[in-house]
Write a protein that binds this ligand. Structure first.
Ligand SMILES: [Fe+2]
Length: 212
């Protein structure tokens, strides 16, 4: 991390943040006991890294300067509450204390069927949002393990998918409810929002469309 090449080692789920212009990597996987997932979110329309000249960087032994950019992911256990299709375990991050990070995201494991968000949908955000659905079988990257229904737009157009997918909800676009129709294997869901904090305007009545 940084021009000094400060070295950090971790073995738990972790979020690394790299502000614009901040030199970072190499990343080296030192041990693997089980395949793991890695997601890089770049706050630009295209991935445009600048490769710096290679030089022998000796890790610093002084006090860490960049430890604040490396955070252990804290997952909340949500398995105890009645949830429908909501998350079983969820971690959240936001950029409100990070200059220049117009980003907040959740990262969660889901394993149950039913509607999400307790009937508060549909909803809108003042920011763009991407909703990411990924399976957890590293030998079958095309396999989600679940069948998901989502309603899109004011018209509540119905879409159903059972493969890894990204749903795009531009700022102001009405989206959801989400309904998990089937689950064979728990899957990963990440909501990536281009704003420093999460803000949602719920448009629902507290009842699902089929209850009204
Ligand atoms: Fe949303």
């Amino acid at each position: 991390m940084g021009p000094e090449g400060e070295k950090h080692i971790f073995n738990t789920p972790t979020i690394i943040t790299a502000p614009a212009g901040f030199p970072h990597t190499p990343l080296v996987t030192k041990k693997v006991s089980k395949p793991f997932g890695f997601l890089a979110i770049n706050l630009d329309t295209e991935y445009k890294p600048t490769n710096l000249p290679k030089k022998d960087q000796k890790p610093t032994t002084a006090d860490e300067k960049y430890g604040n950019l490396i955070k252990k992911m804290e997952f909340r256990d949500l398995t105890k509450r009645p949830m429908g299709g909501n998350a079983d375990y969820m971690a959240a991050w936001n950029g409100k204390n990070m200059d220049g990070f117009k980003l907040n995201f959740t990262f969660a494991f889901h394993g149950d069927t039913g509607p999400w968000h307790g009937g508060k949908d549909p909803h809108v955000h003042i920011n763009d949002e991407a909703l990411l659905f990924v399976g957890m079988d590293p030998k079958r990257p095309d396999y989600l393990g679940a069948e998901i229904e989502v309603r899109m737009g004011k018209e509540q157009e119905v879409h159903i998918f059972d493969y890894p997918a990204v749903i795009i909800a531009p700022a102001g676009f009405v989206h959801c409810p989400l309904i998990t129709r089937k689950v064979e294997t728990p899957y990963i869901f990440s909501a990536i929002c281009l704003n420093t904090e999460h803000q949602t305007t719920w448009l629902g009545t507290g009842k699902f469309p089929w209850e009204q």
